[in-house]
Design a protein around this ligand. Structure first.
Ligand code: LLP
Length: 418
């Protein structure tokens, strides 16, 4: 979290004090560093310099704020989307349709139509039934849909079971043993054009080996298809590269890409990557105010104003996120606290057993929250969703206003009286 650091015991994001952000915009608020986002993206882009047709397609499910998409689009990023809503966000933010790949297990006909109308780069197809639907919709529109199949290579990504996607028992993709037959079927259809092959085996991977095992299997398939006169022009290796939340040491994007380039050798293949977490996770924190301290017989609780509806990862995956005071006060006594929110669920915690010297009114930063933070937030307990702020050097920009009660009930209607 280099763009977040203490200076004189006060936590900064770039050249702004996080306590100042809290004063200006209230809490809970997501705070992102523009610099950190750009640097993380450039780690991928720079490793692909000279390979002009390769693409780094940011997986916008990790963070879909328009300002985040805009700064990435300005650097030339492509985007990986999984819904029409995400596609429309990319276009709204100024992203180019022809740099969009459309993933996801279930694309609806209206979504397929929209993607064809705007001219996306490729549909990443996840089943034979979806192939038939895309061919039919493209046929009705008199168009040819560019397609790739998400191949499930049956490798163990060695990550949390909820974010592991490349095993046969997972719902994702077409089984590798079935892939050749399905590619042949696609070749026989008139409204699709085979352009690629894709795969995504899971998220928060901290080793290269599973990526390389999957790539080996994919390359065998690419060669088999070539023998059947089916040319794969691009290979999309999905996202999944992990980040450091505590003490993990994941491979750097540059090392990962170098290993991929070595394996593909002199094959004429363009590459696509779909990183999400590794671009934004450590570029964001969630700031929250301590409302109450509660000392029970066996536990101390710091009750904060952010909750599982704002940041679901600890409750859903038992994810560990560092929690730091934005101002270190050495006069307070340190205690071990569970950091919990106001939501009426025992699972509503942001961290457990954290040793902190804090008092009510302090502002805490929940670290590594830039990915799968705001995008997974909800209105549970009729809580308005947090504000989002982008820091650029010494400037703060509100990039999403805190929701209001009126936003929340918009669209709700009472039954007629009587
Ligand atoms: N491409 C596809 C097809 C995906 O399904 C995903 C993530 C990505 C790319 C981006 O993966 P990343 O680079 O972020 O690992 N909510 C969970 C993570 C779910 C990931 C789902 N798919 C979490 O908070 O850990």
């Amino acid at each position: 979290m280099d763009s977040f650091e203490y200076r004189n015991n006060r936590l900064h994001c770039e050249n702004v004090l996080l306590s100042e952000v809290a004063k200006e915009f209230g809490t809970p608020t997501y705070v992102y560093s523009r610099d950190a986002i750009e640097l993380a993206y450039l780690e991928y882009a720079n490793a692909l310099v000279g390979r002009d047709d390769d693409m780094v397609c940011f997986a916008i499910k990790a963070n879909s704020n328009l300002a985040v998409l805009d700064i990435l689009a300005r650097l030339g990023a492509g985007f990986d989307v999984v819904s029409q809503g995400e596609l429309d966000r990319v276009l709204k933010a100024g992203g180019r349709a022809d740099r969009v790949v459309f993933s996801g297990v279930s694309k609806q006909s209206r979504e397929i139509r929209r993607a064809l109308e705007v001219g996306i780069h490729c549909f990443n197809i996840e089943s034979e039934a979806e192939l038939e639907r895309i061919d039919a919709v493209a046929g009705q529109m008199g168009m040819i849909a560019p397609i790739s199949f998400r191949v499930n290579p049956n490798v163990d990504a060695g990550t949390h079971p909820y974010i592991s996607t490349g095993l046969k028992e997972n719902k994702f993709g077409v089984a590798i043993d079935d892939a050749e037959r399905i590619y042949l079927r696609a070749k026989s259809l008139s409204n699709v054009e085979i352009t690629g092959m894709d795969c995504h085996i899971g998220s928060q991977l901290t080793e290269l080996a599973p990526f390389m095992d999957a790539l080996d299997k994919l390359l065998i398939l690419v060669d088999q298809l070539q023998a059947q006169d089916i040319t794969i022009k691009h290979l999309d290796l999905g996202g999944g590269l992990g980040v450091c939340y505590t003490d993990e040491v994941p491979p750097k994007p540059g090392d990962y890409i170098a290993a991929v380039l070595e394996k593909i050798g002199d094959r004429d293949l363009n590459l696509v990557f779909e990183p999400g977490r590794s671009i934004v996770a450590n570029a964001g924190v969630l700031i929250t105010e301590v409302e109450y301290l509660k000392h029970n017989e066996s536990k101390n609780f710091a009750i904060v104003d952010a909750a599982m509806n704002d940041m679901l990862r600890p409750a859903l995956y038992s994810a560990y996120l560092d929690i730091l005071p934005t101002e270190i006060n050495e006069d307070n006594t340190a205690h071990s606290y569970d950091i919990v929110g106001p939501v009426c669920e025992t699972g509503d915690f942001l961290g457990k057993d954290r040793t902190l010297s804090i008092e009510a009114g302090d502002i805490l930063a929940v670290c590594s929250s830039g990915a799968y933070g705001f995008t997974m937030s909800s209105n549970y307990n009729t809580r308005t969703r947090a504000a989002e702020v982008m820091i650029d050097d010494n400037q703060m920009y509100e990039i999403r206003a805190r929701e209001t009660f009126e936003d929340l009930i918009k669209g709700e209607k009472l039954l007629p009286k009587g």
